[in-house]
Design a protein around this ligand. Structure first.
Ligand SMILES: [Zn+2]
Ligand SMILES: [Zn+2]
Length: 110
């Protein structure tokens, strides 16, 4: 599978932003999965709700890895923890099924 990434997205990757969702990059690293951590805050934003629905629709609920027709997970192809500044960029989000998603995260691709 070939992933194309737009120039705009590449630029975002190389630009270090000061904060995301009010969290500094340092805070994101420090408390990521905790109750007040960035992951929790991010997945409960309206922006994520809207964007993930758009991605599922864009990919027609088809897993981009195995072709399963009932995929309903949206996966960050660049780690949310390492690249929080691109967390909502469609070029870095793909639809995957639950088993591919589990597999991806077992490999440490969080
Ligand atoms: Zn799959
Ligand atoms: Zn994922």
């Amino acid at each position: 599978m070939i992933m194309t990434v737009s120039e705009e997205a590449q630029e975002l990757l190389t630009t270090s932003s000061v904060s995301v969702l009010g969290y500094t990059l340092e805070e994101i690293q420090e408390e990521f999965h905790g109750i007040n951590g960035f992951a929790n805050a991010f997945y409960s934003t309206l922006e994520w709700g809207i964007r993930s629905a758009e991605i599922l629709k864009r990919d027609s609920f088809i897993c981009r890895f195995c072709g399963d027709k009932y995929a309903n997970y949206v996966h960050h192809i660049r780690s949310l923890r390492i690249f929080p500044e691109i967390c909502l960029h469609p070029d870095f989000l793909i639809t995957v099924c639950v088993s591919c998603h589990n597999h991806l995260h077992r490999k440490g691709a969080k």
